[in-house]
Design a protein around this ligand. Sequence first.
Ligand SMILES: NC(=O)c1ccc[n+]([C@@H]2O[C@H](COP(=O)([O-])OP(=O)(O)OC[C@H]3O[C@@H](n4cnc5c(N)ncnc54)[C@H](O)[C@@H]3O)[C@@H](O)[C@H]2O)c1
Ligand SMILES: O=C(O)[C@H](O)CO
Length: 325
Amino acid sequence: MSMVRKSVLVFRELPPDQLARITAVHEVVVANPRKPAERPAFEAALPHAHGLIGSSHPVTPQLLAQASQLEVISSISVGVDNYPLDALRERGILLCHTPGVLTETTADTVFALVMATSRRIVELANHVREGRWDRNIGEDLFGWDVHGKTLGLLGFGRIGQAVARRAALGFGMPVLYHSRRPVDMPELAGRAVHTPLDRLLAQADIVAAVLPLTPQTRGLMGAREFGLMKPGAIFVNGGRGATVQEDALLQALDQGRLRAAGLDVFATEPLPPDSPLRRHPRVTALPHIGSATHETRQAMAALATTNLLQALAGQRPQAVYAGGA
Ligand SMILES: NC(=O)c1ccc[n+]([C@@H]2O[C@H](COP(=O)([O-])OP(=O)(O)OC[C@H]3O[C@@H](n4cnc5c(N)ncnc54)[C@H](O)[C@@H]3O)[C@@H](O)[C@H]2O)c1
Ligand SMILES: O=C(O)[C@H](O)CO
């Protein structure tokens, strides 16, 4: 790799071993703009930065305009909705991300939400914790079987396919999926069927979204779509919050149309303190933990660091989302 020292701005904490790989080659400033005390250092470093590495902070076109030296942004995420794709393309700035290394972990989280909502795991664990388990439970606390139910997947990329494997092979669930194009998955032997959105919503018992946020998917699930779902169905979201119109979801829950919702992602994160989704009795809400295990976050940081170092050395990075000459 090239030994030309460049300037790197780390805008989210990196594990020490990955930070050391960068400091061995480049000048590094670590400053998280989400922390008010670190914001001035972030702003001071931005005009000199050749590389940015981090996640969770929206890189606006205004912010990008200040980064006049920028060659690469290496995101520690697979989702790239925080970045201004057109402006990056226009300036020939590379955008790298971390596909693949978080697929299985995120699929585990999505499936955990399917299980938790169907079997009322959090609600019933609280029942025990709060000292209310004083007799055999009755029908009012029974759950709903997962095995054998029809799963509808919105999005059938890396994560959608990993969820489908769990569902079809582990739980005997027929899978319907909605995606931009049909996918050949020989290991599922026809048990995952490409299906138009409206038909999927009408036929699935459990609908799980694992979509990226794009202009086409923003607000995809609204009142009409929740209205098409089977009465008593479950909705899970492990993709991006803004693909769902949250008011419409709340209405479907309050009207008793939906049995429950399991959500890892929200239109605004962290979820505002007064959001009804925080305390709704039929909602299992998680703080965006899809990929949040020690092993996976380490693998994401390592891949993002490799992407950054390769780009700054003039090589084609391992996982480029867009851009570059
Ligand atoms: N909850 C989490 O912590 C977490 C973790 C990882 C990823 N994610 C989110 O999950 C998304 C998917 O990740 P992936 O690795 O599976 O991505 P991917 O690119 O492999 O798959 C995306 C899928 O969405 C489909 N799609 C895209 N636009 C569509 C549209 N307009 N209509 C129908 N289908 C459409 C594609 O056809 C594809 O099947 C990421 O972009 C990210 O936003 C969330
Ligand atoms: O897109 C991703 O990688 C996840 O949401 C984690 O940020």
